[in-house]
Design a protein around this ligand. Structure first.
Ligand code: AMP
Length: 228
């Protein structure tokens, strides 16, 4: 895929419930625009795997599907923003999830001479999300996403992208936890749609269709905000 060159750092937020396709679309935007995907879920899972103090505090909360404290998540994101690869710009996947996080994000970016260019809401049907999330798994080597029902590899047990035979499933991708995560999304994160709309920074994309069509819609938004 061709990478388009950005003339300045661009920071995008992908909003949407679990299963909306934030991770998949963020990875596609990384390839197309050379931006860096920042997933606080990935950063937290990494902290859990390494057994850091933040990971130990977050583990049980994540297993239930509740939100980890603002303090822990903001600290993890702040550290990540200090790494040199993010100077080109970022796609925030799963952050912010509360208004306190949104306010902290503005400050973290302002401290680095940057700002949010667009928040994009991936609009989906909740009921479909339970089935989507419950059957999903990823390649352990390259992170390519698959699904028991909707997207199996062309050869069973072999990743299409990197030919690895190792796959993994998230501990919180089960029907009960997904329902808790959906509730957390509606109670604490969905209000951010109005928050960014009021700032004139919101775009909405209908995200129930073809992955390539959704990527094209997102690409058009990124091209537009970059030109502004
Ligand atoms: P995700 O990979 O974005 O679905 O996140 C998985 C889990 O990590 C969530 O259900 C939360 O427990 C936790 N988490 C990820 N990002 C955040 C955040 N920004 N604020 C609070 N908790 C988060």
């Amino acid at each position: 895929m061709t990478t388009q060159t950005m003339t300045r750092p661009v920071n995008l937020i992908l909003l949407g419930p679990p299963g909306a396709g934030k991770g998949t679309q963020a990875r596609m935007l990384e390839d197309t625009f050379g931006l860096v995907q920042l997933s606080t879920g990935d950063l937290l899972r990494d902290a859990v795997a390494k057994g850091t103090a933040a990971g130990t505090a977050a583990k049980a909360v994540m297993e239930k599907g509740d939100l980890v404290s603002d303090e822990i998540v903001i600290a993890i994101l702040s550290d990540r923003l200090d790494q040199p690869d993010v100077t080109k710009g970022t796609i925030l996947d799963g952050f912010p999830r509360t208004e306190a996080q949104a306010a902290a994000l503005d400050e973290l970016l302002a401290d680095r001479g940057q700002k949010i260019d667009a928040a994009i809401s991936l609009d989906v049907d909740d009921e479909a999300m339970v089935a989507r999330v419950s059957g999903r798994y990823t390649c352990s080597t390259c992170g390519e996403g698959y699904h028991d029902e909707f997207k199996q590899p062309a050869t069973v047990g072999v990743c299409d992208k990197c030919q690895s035979n190792e796959f993994k499933r998230r501990a919180d991708d089960n029907a009960d936890t997904v329902r808790t995560r959906l509730s957390a999304y509606h109670a604490q994160t969905a209000p951010l749609i109005s928050y960014y709309d009021n700032r004139g920074a919101l775009s909405r994309v209908h995200a129930m269709g073809d992955i390539g069509d959704i990527a094209a819609s997102l690409g058009a938004i990124v091209t537009e905000v970059t030109a502004a």
